[in-house]
Design a protein around this ligand. Structure first.
Ligand code: ATP
Length: 594
């Protein structure tokens, strides 16, 4: 398959703001792709070579890429710098230089997707000393045969700036249409994706084995399962009602969610809430779980820092483990335990369709046969039948240093990748009148002034609209940031800067700078109001009005454990708004009674 088919598609994609058009372009490209290449195309359109959980990134430095351009086209570095100042994008620079190529191309061979992918794979796998030169030469050889459009997208790809605005769900939509002519099949593809977290695998299975094989996709040790998530509720009464007066209430521990996979070759890998590999951070947890007498399993739990007496410590203590060097000392100074709350696979048997009660039994059995009892344990849980029992467990949980409870339906299976009422989280701050935190995605910013000059001063934030797979704006926030926060966030966000609004962002307001929706921050607000300038929940409560936050303030927490799709959803904001209205009405009634 000629690579130009992809680079032409990429070019058209960069020119559209419409998600429907993006999907249509993808469908067209997938239909032109030979079946054995479909998985590679599924990764390439997202600027990847592999699923994220393998943690292999190509990440070439702009300096190395500039050198490759210099050599491939026989130009001076000053010419590149000059163009760079003009366009600000190394991909555009490569495209422009390749059109006025000084050096005649050594090869007139056309680039193919196979060739591009395998060379990029070689680049990704070449590491260690002396690797920069080899990587540069390999990229140079591709540039040498590339057309100007191909050069532009190759350069953007290797520098991690492809950014076509193609979300996972857009690819799933496109696959459904391309292979089954029916967008509704996306639900089945999504299920397979939720179980494997691997778009290339789903694409390959669909293309080469069909829908039947998609329906048979199972959880597999080594491929992270998208986590089951909880809805929130505000009172014990509401919760016990929803659970039909029989529920399993567990402590909600304040730590880091971890999914541990042991594969039959004896390897044990830990995945974060975002399903990235974090094995090296918690080698003590790895050791503890390796002491379980099983060959293959997937278990899930919350890793929590503890003090010498085994008491839980706050979430912030885990920050000491987020480092590359000195991890052995950090393990000694900041010990942790894993508190298991679920088991998804044991010795080749998928457990996700079994009821909570059965999974909990399997988990107990698992821990009985685990030697390291002080590092791996069960999350404290109790059966509750009325609201007073929930209340008393809540008091216990809070005094043990936890955040609250997760109340679970004993008859529920594990629904990967879904937020639902089979798990209900309950924290003291969910009670009405107490301000709750909201996790929102940075999509834009204005430059700071005065003391904030040089950084961004206010951020435009969006909630995630799950139905449309878009980010909808809901507030601008400029308070709550220390100088250090502003500096840190400005630095993190800079690499996601875009020349214009991302096609995944829906906004009516303008912004001086736009960003790819990537970074999630935690906000506290006094109230949710209606506003004509924001697009979250537009028309849901009132025609032409969206949901906005009143007095928003940054809490100091950058939620790097959350991907943008894990941010607070528009549906959740709407629920919060409605609960505010209910609260207001009942207060009014109270006043009238008095
Ligand atoms: P939050 O922002 O409240 O951490 P979240 O979006 O990360 O929420 P939710 O599913 O809404 O995830 O809330 C449950 C989270 O609470 C889990 O992701 C997990 O990290 C944590 N947790 C702590 N204890 C438990 C438990 N016993 N069962 C399930 N999750 C638990």
């Amino acid at each position: 398959m000629e690579f130009s088919i992809l680079s032409d598609t990429f070019d058209k994609m960069t020119r559209t703001q419409s998600r429907l058009e993006l999907t249509a372009l993808l469908v067209e490209a997938i239909k032109k792709t030979p079946k054995p290449l479909v998985s590679r195309v599924a990764y390439l359109v997202q600027g990847k070579l592999y699923p994220d959980f393998l943690g292999i990134e190509i990440g070439m430095a702009e300096k190395t890429v500039s050198k490759a351009i210099e050599r491939a086209y026989g130009v001076e570095s000053t010419a590149i710098q000059k163009l760079m100042r003009k366009t600000g994008d190394l991909g555009d620079v490569a495209a422009e230089i390749s059109t006025q190529k000084v050096q005649q191309s050594l090869s007139s061979e056309k680039l193919t997707v196979e060739k591009v992918y395998s060379t990029l794979e070689e680049i990704a796998k070449t590491t260690g000393s002396g690797s920069a030169n080899i990587r540069m030469n390999k990229l140079g050889s591709l540039l040498n045969s590339a057309t100007n459009l191909e050069a532009k997208f190759l350069v953007r790809f290797v520098t991690g700036k492809l950014r076509l605005g193609v979300a996972d769900f857009t690819v799933l939509d496109a696959l459904a249409v391309a292979f089954t002519e029916d967008k509704k099949n996306r639900t089945k593809l999504e299920k397979a994706y939720n179980l494997t977290n691997d778009l290339g695998f789903v694409a390959d299975t669909l293309a080469n084995k069909g829908m039947k094989a998609i329906e048979k996709v199972k959880v597999t040790a080594g491929k992270p399962v998208r986590p089951m998530l909880a809805e929130r509720m505000e009172s014990e009464d509401e919760i016990i009602e929803k659970m039909n007066h029989d529920a399993a209430a567990e402590y909600k521990l304040d730590g880091e969610r971890v999914q541990a996979h042991k594969t039959s070759d004896g390897n044990l890998v830990l995945f974060s809430r975002r399903l990235e590999q974090i094995t090296h951070q918690y080698m003590d947890v790895v050791e503890a779980l390796k002491s379980a007498a099983f060959k293959e399993f997937i278990v899930e739990g919350e890793v929590v820092a503890i003090d010498k007496s085994g008491k839980y410590r706050p979430f912030q203590e885990l920050m000491h483990r987020r480092r590359k060097h000195g991890i052995n000392q950090a393990m000694k100074d900041y010990p942790v335990v894993i508190n298991l709350f679920d088991i998804l696979l044991l010795e080749g048997r998928a457990l996700i369709d079994e009821h909570y009660d059965e999974r909990r039994k399997s988990l107990e059995d698992f821990l009985q046969k685990t030697k390291s009892k002080d590092r791996a344990m069960l999350v404290p849980a109790r059966r509750v039948k009325d609201s007073s029992e929930i209340d008393s467990l809540m008091q216990e949980s809070l005094s043990a240093g936890c955040e609250g409870l997760v109340v679970k339906d004993p008859k529920s299976s594990y629904t990967a990748g879904a937020r639902g009422f089979a798990w209900i989280k309950f924290k003291p701050e969910y009670r009405p009148n107490v301000r709750d935190t909201i996790d929102l995605v940075i999509v834009g910013a204005n430059h700071g002034m005065g003391r904030r000059a040089g950084f961004y001063g206010a951020y435009l934030l969006a909630a995630y609209d799950q139905e449309e797979d878009m980010f909808k704006t809901t507030t601008k926030v400029g308070t709550g940031f220390s100088d250090a926060d502003l500096e840190k966030i400005s630095k993190i966000i800079e690499k996601y800067r875009l020349p214009e609004k991302s096609p995944r962002v829906d906004a009516k307001v303008t912004s001086e700078v736009w960003f790819e929706p990537k970074v999630v921050i935690e906000i506290i607000a006094s109230e949710i109001t209606l506003s004509p300038i924001y697009t979250a929940g537009l028309d849901a409560v009132r025609q032409d009005s969206g949901l906005a936050l009143r007095f928003p303030k940054f809490t100091g927490k950058i939620r790097d454990d959350k991907s943008p799709e894990d941010a607070t959803t528009v549906a959740e904001l709407l629920e919060m708004y409605q609960s505010q209205v209910r609260q207001f009405k009942s207060e009014k009634q109270e006043v009238q009674k008095v």
